[in-house]
Write a protein that binds this ligand. Structure first.
Ligand code: URA
Length: 199
């Protein structure tokens, strides 16, 4: 994926040249796809390392998934849209070959789609993420799990049962259970159980 650094398919790389490709394990059975890099991701060159990403990491850990070992994490769009605006359809389409290449190389058993941009980019379904989340989808022989976007969770931080954070934890739990059923995807229990706690 180094070739993505020379990408000129849309205007984004020219306004901000940091191409944010991935983090995590390219051999993982789980791929997490978000929307686009934000400021922190742009700075560090890795996806999901800002506040949203940290929350998603903690939620994954709370169900026994180690984000660095059990998942390959990337975005629909590899360059930060100015002022963190939603990527345009042209930007999404221009970046799609890179995402497609990532999916083919990683060959994930399960893809978790974090937020409506990822759902729309992959499944072509516009809107309705609150109804779609938690519902398994089938796509080209893979299982897809739509999730609420972590930025939405940060804006809705209630720890109550049935609130967005608890729903996302339950969706991630569902993902973990599904991975556990497949031999090649066996999720190794994390040794440090304290990492599973949410703050
Ligand atoms: N960070 C990312 O890399 N992607 C998102 O969708 C949100 C935060």
């Amino acid at each position: 994926m180094d070739a993505a650094n020379g990408c000129g398919s849309c205007d984004l790389p020219f306004t901000k040249p940091q191409v944010v490709v991935s983090r995590g394990n390219p051999q993982a059975c789980l791929m997490m796809i978000g929307e686009a890099p934000g400021a922190r991701e742009d700075e560090l060159g890795k996806p999901f390392v800002g506040r949203s990403g940290k929350l998603m990491d903690r939620l994954m850990e709370s169900v026994g998934l180690d984000p660095d070992v059990d998942a390959y994490i990337c975005n629909v769009v590899k360059c930060r849209p100015p002022k963190n605006r939603r990527p345009t359809l042209v930007e999404i389409a221009s970046c799609r070959p890179w995402l497609q290449q990532q999916i083919e190389l990683v060959d994930p058993y399960v893809i978790a789609l974090a937020g409506s941009t990822a759902v729309e980019a992959i499944l072509g379904i516009k809107g309705g993420i609150t109804k779609l989340r938690g519902q398994w989808q089938h796509w080209h022989g893979r299982l897809l799990m739509p999730l609420l976007h972590p930025a939405y969770l940060l804006r809705n931080p209630s720890p109550a049962d049935g609130a967005p954070i608890a729903l996302t934890r339950s969706d991630l739990n569902e993902v973990r259970h599904r991975l556990k059923q497949v031999d090649r995807c066996a999720v190794v229990p994390m040794l440090d159980s304290s990492r599973r706690r949410l703050p």
